[in-house]
Write a protein that binds this ligand. Structure first.
Ligand SMILES: Nc1nc2c(c(=O)[nH]1)N[C@H]1C(S)=C(S)[C@@H](COP(=O)(O)OP(=O)(O)OC[C@H]3O[C@@H](n4cnc5c(N)ncnc54)[C@H](O)[C@@H]3O)O[C@H]1N2
Ligand code: MOO
Ligand SMILES: [Mg+2]
Length: 622
């Protein structure tokens, strides 16, 4: 049981277990360390039960109300545990020992104790060593419950008080650091920095010639990739619900598929070395084998069996003659003309699809329809996936109006939140749509903080250029480690990127430019990759295909241009791409008409009609 039922007094009453830490929550880290050591895990929490339940484990509140401390959690745990032993660990100890349970258990059993607890040796201010007990890391017999009930009923609340009245085995652990807990937000932030999550400065200092006012596309993509940290929390979902989710662990085949050598055809199975290459071969059919029906037929020399597709190959048989290739078939024989087939034809091997013990799918894979079938073919009903990423987004600008509002002079309807809604939905993230935020510093700060506290990533549009009302940048800069780029690309030149913090939470930030096409292009070529990385997906590079440009395209070398195109196959069967008219970065119609982006890299100059260009298709089959 993970103890997360406290008030978090020293953390300003925040729910400690839900504090973000190294790309997950603290409780998720504890769960990851504890789960492999036990049969099942429960979390003891007295608030935010749903957030804890999202970790995929049972959540139980204290039966004693009023935040009565860890013994109350223990009581609940013992009452409901269906094993003889219960181990506890606090939700703020992300480094707990990987052999905690094993070592506590050895001591509990050999010393015939009621409870085993961890102790470490620590030095005091004078350097003298003293024993430090860690009473919240303990292993307890379920049989101690009546005693604990009695102790609590008498008003006892202290762990050490209760321990005095039962038999306790102390287990000395050498690694005191493993029991470190994180009590304050300052400690949490310190740990986050210390664990090697790089700062933007760390990342850019490795690059030569970095200039935020002229960042090549590839460099911006590199910086984002290095800076982003994946969310690690994992949950178990039923197989169908795994579609589009990211596998958290390799799926290893528990069985071989197919489980037996079997026939790929309806026909006759026999040992292929009997085939005569000069004369017809006649074999006596001794019976029939059907798919899914076990048979004990064992053809001898000169014999064969009738077999159906999927039927298990009888012992000694390695070859199947499809029935339509037979030279003659009687009631109880088949004749095969010379050189009709070869030994080994039409036999499917055991494990040729998936071999027992080998990884069928790798962690990081985004589950597609074929994968659902593949996992089903292994008989696996539930899979571990990364938890869904939460992405908060809002539009900025005084000129923006929401659908349903009248359009005042000089105003436009907010379209960016709708394109973002679409793009994020397709990525399979959980959306937090925060609406429109006016060009007002206080409102922008409140929105960014709110977004940061409720999501893993924040996407804004507008206000990142040099306009007089573009306060977004100022506020972003005060909330964390954020950089403002002018990227060598068109459209989508200005962009903010970094990590913001608010009240102990942090979130990656993408401040996309306001122009409607620029939002989409910067999303597709920067934010999308970053979000996939946060999701734990091992997505490869974009798959560009080549096509002939129908007309000439003007292009300046030294920047990447993303042109909206329509890819077709021409009368000669060749792929051909046309640009969709005006490429202004406010013209969304040309984006809507397009079915692909033409990607013209930095080094590319003008394109002549008929030249090959790279395109990235919007739609694929799956
Ligand atoms: N002097 C310069 N001006 C501009 C530069 C520059 O380098 N120097 N860059 C231009 C480029 S490129 C872009 S892109 C834009 C980016 O501007 P912002 O990110 O500051 O965005 P805004 O000023 O807020 O808006 C720009 C444009 O887009 C419209 N917009 C914004 N949000 C929405 C929305 N949610 N739905 C529909 N339309 C939206 C907005 O009304 C503006 O027309 O800066 C250039 N200027
Ligand atoms: O970044 Mo802007 O896209 O060229 O309008
Ligand atoms: Mg602006």
């Amino acid at each position: 049981m993970i103890l997360a039922g406290g008030r978090g007094t020293r953390m300003g009453r925040v729910d400690k277990g839900l504090q973000p830490f190294r790309g997950a929550t603290m409780a998720a880290h504890v769960l990851r360390r504890l789960a492999p050591q036990v049969r099942s895990v429960t979390i003891n929490a007295n608030r935010n039960e749903e957030s804890y339940a999202a970790l995929g484990v049972a959540v139980r509140a204290d039966e004693l109300t009023g935040f009565e401390g860890p013994l109350a959690g223990l009581q609940t745990g013992l009452r409901h545990c269906d094993t003889d032993l219960l181990v506890t660990a606090p939700c703020d100890s992300p480094f707990l020992p990987q052999d905690l349970v094993q070592r506590l258990r050895e001591a509990l059993v050999t010393q015939e104790a009621d409870l085993a607890l961890a102790v470490t040796m620590e030095a005091d201010e004078t350097g003298a060593a003293h024993k430090q007990p860690h009473p919240v890391f303990s292993l307890i017999r379920k049989s101690a419950l009546p005693h604990l009930d009695a102790y609590l009923a008498e008003g006892g609340r202290r762990m050490d008080g209760w321990h005095k009245s039962i038999k306790v085995a102390e287990v000395l652990f050498n690694d005191a650091a493993a029991f470190r807990n994180i009590n304050t937000l300052a400690e949490l932030q310190h740990e986050e920095q210390a664990n090697g999550a790089p700062t933007l400065q760390d990342v850019v200092s490795c690059l030569s010639g970095y200039d935020p006012h002229a960042v090549p596309v590839r460099q911006a993509q590199h910086i984002i990739r290095e800076f982003i940290q994946p969310v690690r929390a994992v949950e178990k979902v039923a197989l169908r619900a795994a579609l589009g989710r990211v596998l958290a662990a390799d799926i290893v085949s528990p069985i071989s598929v197919p489980a037996h050598d079997n026939s790929a055809m309806d026909g006759f199975a026999f040992a292929g070395d009997q085939l005569d290459t000069e004369h017809p071969t006649t074999l006596q059919a001794i019976g029939a084998v059907y798919a899914g029906r076990p048979s004990d037929l064992r053809p001898e020399r000169g014999q064969c069996v009738r077999i159906m597709t999927g039927g298990v190959m009888p012992p000694g048989c390695d070859t199947v003659l499809p029935q339509e290739l037979a030279a003659g078939i009687t009631e109880d024989s088949v004749t095969i003309a010379p050189r009709t087939i070869k030994t080994g034809d039409n036999r499917r091997f055991r494990g040729e699809d998936l071999m027992e013990g080998s990884p069928a799918l790798k962690a990081g894979r985004i589950v597609r329809p074929a994968d659902l079938g593949l996992i089903a073919s292994l008989g696996i009903a539930e899979v571990a996936v990364r938890r869904r990423l939460r992405v908060a987004f809002f539009s900025t600008g005084d000129e923006l109006r929401s659908i349903g509002e009248p359009l005042a002079a000089g105003c436009v309807y907010d379209s960016n939140r709708y394109t973002l809604h679409g793009m994020l939905t397709r990525l399979g993230v959980e959306l937090v749509d925060m609406g429109i935020v006016p060009d007002d510093p206080a409102a922008l700060e409140a929105a960014l903080r709110d977004a940061c506290e409720s999501a893993d990533a924040v996407i804004t549009s507008g206000g990142v250029s040099v306009g007089a009302a573009d306060y977004t940048k100022q506020i972003m800069a005060t909330l964390g480690d954020v950089t403002f780029w002018t990227i060598g690309m068109r459209p989508g030149r200005p962009m903010a990127f970094g990590k913001i913090r608010s009240n102990g939470h942090s979130a990656f930030l993408f401040g996309l430019p306001g122009n409607p096409v620029a939002v989409m292009v910067t999303f597709y070529f920067f934010a999308r990759h970053a979000l996939l990385r946060m999701m734990g997906a091992s997505a490869g590079d974009d798959l560009l295909v080549q096509a002939r440009s129908f007309g000439p395209i003007r292009k300046k070398p030294g920047r990447t241009e993303y042109q909206r195109g329509i890819l077709t196959v021409n009368a000669d069967g060749a792929r051909e791409v046309r640009i969709t008219g005006s490429q202004g970065s406010g013209i969304l119609r040309s984006m809507s008409e397009a079915n692909c982006m033409v990607v013209l890299p930095d080094e590319q100059g003008n394109v002549a009609a008929g030249d090959l260009v790279d395109v990235l298709l919007f739609e694929g089959l799956v």
